[in-house]
Design a protein around this ligand. Structure first.
Ligand code: G4P
Length: 526
């Protein structure tokens, strides 16, 4: 316990994740409405990058710019301080989302009742599983027709590989949607389609009571009783600890657009979702309640104004209290630094703050001092572990297109990689630099930013690669042998780790067969 424990205990820092269009922006907005952080619907802009804009980089950036303002949305609700971390909707920025997940204590996944589990959700859930992040599922758009809820739950269990436990249950759907039975609070929430205000709740402990028929029609009442009986029979009793361990995901149903089921979600969320949790650093486990400040950079957002090459480094505070103008150690540099204008993000405003506590996110104006994963402390030599890099999906050689600007190009590449825009591999055979990304957009981002921020010109040359594999072996000789045999395909990543660049799945499979002593990893930490 520390003098700050009370502050820390009341914090809930989480991200809402979904496949684009499932309703993340709408849900975020309704949560902000409850928190009084905004007053009208429509105030939160989606940071979704419209598909039509993919060829127009400036337009994309304009849209993406919105996401700086809404990167973190904080508000107070019922004695709790809620920090929602926004994640980019476009899949080409999936790495951004992965990193944001390193800074949250829990996650709400939004699933569209009609579409079920979609590709992006699956990928993001993998990261949550890896980190054992507690997850709540919100099944959205119940005002529309969709899948049978039981089938959807099976699909979630199978596709997301997590056990589920419904804590609310829908009464019909689409045109006939009548509301949900809140199993967690034993209340009947009746649905009135309305975009602005909360609907009526009726305490209803015993759904076998014939009173149910005074609220909903007899066929719906019979179906609800049957469903609830089945749920109680099939799913285990809800146990908060299994949720906190990341083993079970409670499920809520509702309609974000109609503000239905959202308050129930929020009320349950503040009760069961974790306050800041201990974090494993390389040296030791850091408890949020320690007096001394520690934190790490999980995201760097560049200022798109070409005249100012400044960034905002986003810090997740892991323990203690951060104070404006205090001296903190930048562990990688081994030097003390002072920050005179740290910003916090209240609702949609960014403002300078004097203090912040474990669980909070602050933004530090930066001119190139930080890279993703950097640790700040009150003086201790400590290193938080970041999220491992995943193998990119696309690869291109990057070449200098202006021989006079080689230095600028190298500096630009290095800084953009520190920001986490993409991954750099240097081929050990020919010395050429290869950039790996998850989507085409990132190549455009890099080219544009190199030109506008570093006055460097690059050109891309094709290279056909399938995956980057980080390799290791207990057998030194076997490792050397492999590296010699595959010399043309060996590269070093930015941290100097050995990476094998496989040009096809077949070649990779053969390599795995032919070199049983070598372990091939698709993420950079293992
Ligand atoms: P995203 O951030 O996950 O990408 O999704 P977003 O909230 O932008 O929602 C995607 C679309 O789904 C929006 O419609 C939104 O109005 C709609 N939507 C969200 N929740 C519900 C719901 O509970 N029921 C129904 N029927 N629709 C819902 P759009 O037409 O794409 O955008 P807009 O013009 O309404 O903003």
């Amino acid at each position: 316990m520390s003098q700050y424990s009370e502050e820390i205990e009341r914090r809930r820092t989480f991200a809402i994740i979904s496949h684009p269009d499932a309703g993340k922006t709408t849900l975020t907005e309704k949560l902000l409405l409850f928190g009084g952080a905004i007053h009208v619907a429509g105030a939160v802009k989606s940071n979704k990058i419209k598909k039509t804009a993919t060829s127009d980089w400036m337009e994309i950036e304009k849209q993406r710019g919105i996401s700086v303002a809404t990167s973190v949305m904080a508000f107070d609700y019922s004695d709790h301080k809620i920090n929602i971390l926004d994640t980019p909707g476009h899949q080409d920025f999936a790495e951004d989302t992965f990193r944001t997940l390193t800074a949250v204590d829990s996650v709400i996944i939004v699933i569209d009742i009609a579409k079920g589990v979609e590709a992006q959700t699956r990928k993001l859930m993998e990261v949550c599983r890896m980190r054992k992040t507690p997850v709540i599922v919100f099944v959205n758009k119940m005002d529309r027709d969709g899948k049978d809820p039981f089938d959807l739950l099976d699909e979630i269990e199978e596709e997301l590989q997590i056990k589920v436990r419904p804590l609310s249950w829908p009464i019909d759907m689409g045109q006939r949607f009548r509301g949900v039975y809140n199993i967690f609070e034993q209340k009947l929430n009746l649905y009135t389609p309305s975009k602005q205000y909360v609907t009526e709740n009726v305490e209803f402990k015993d759904i076998t009571s014939p009173d149910l028929e005074t609220y909903i029609d007899p066929t719906q009442a019979a179906k609800l009783r049957e469903d609830i009986e089945l749920i109680e029979g099939v799913y285990p009793e809800f146990d908060v600890n299994t949720y906190l361990d990341g083993d079970i995901a409670p499920v809520f149903f509702g309609s974000a657009l109609n503000n239905f089921g959202v308050k129930e979600l929020l009320d349950c969320f503040i009760r069961i979702a974790p306050s800041p949790r201990p974090i494993q650093a390389v040296e030791r486990v850091v408890d949020p309640n320690e007096d001394n400040f520690t934190g790490f950079i999980f995201k760097i957002h560049a200022n798109m104004d070409p005249n100012h090459r400044s960034c905002i480094a986003f810090v997740k505070i892991c323990s203690g209290r951060f104070e404006r103008n205090a001296n903190y150690k930048h562990v990688r540099f081994g030097k003390m630094m002072r920050f005179s204008s740290p910003t916090a993000f209240m609702a949609q405003k960014k403002e300078v703050v004097d203090e912040a506590f474990a669980g909070d996110i602050i933004g530090l104006p930066d001119t190139g001092n930080f890279k993703i994963g950097d640790t700040l402390t009150s003086g201790e030599e400590l290193h938080f572990k970041g999220l491992p890099s995943f193998s990119p999906e696309m690869f291109k050689y990057i070449e200098n297109a202006d021989p006079m600007k080689a230095k600028q190009l190298n500096k630009g590449i290095e800084q953009l990689m520190d920001e986490g825009v993409a991954q750099l591999f240097t081929n050990q055979f020919n010395g050429r630099k290869i950039i790996g990304t998850v989507g085409q957009l990132q190549f455009e981002v890099i080219q544009y930013r190199l030109l506008h921020e570093y006055a460097a010109q690059c050109k891309w040359e094709p290279i056909s690669l399938y995956k980057a594999c980080w390799i290791e072996s207990d057998n030194k000789q076997a490792l050397e042998n492999f590296k010699k045999r595959k010399a043309q395909y060996m590269a070093l990543d930015k941290e100097g780790r050995d990476v094998y660049l496989a040009d096809s799945s077949y070649v990779l499979m053969m390599a795995q067969q032919d070199f049983p002593d070598i372990k091939f990893h698709f993420t950079s930490e293992f």
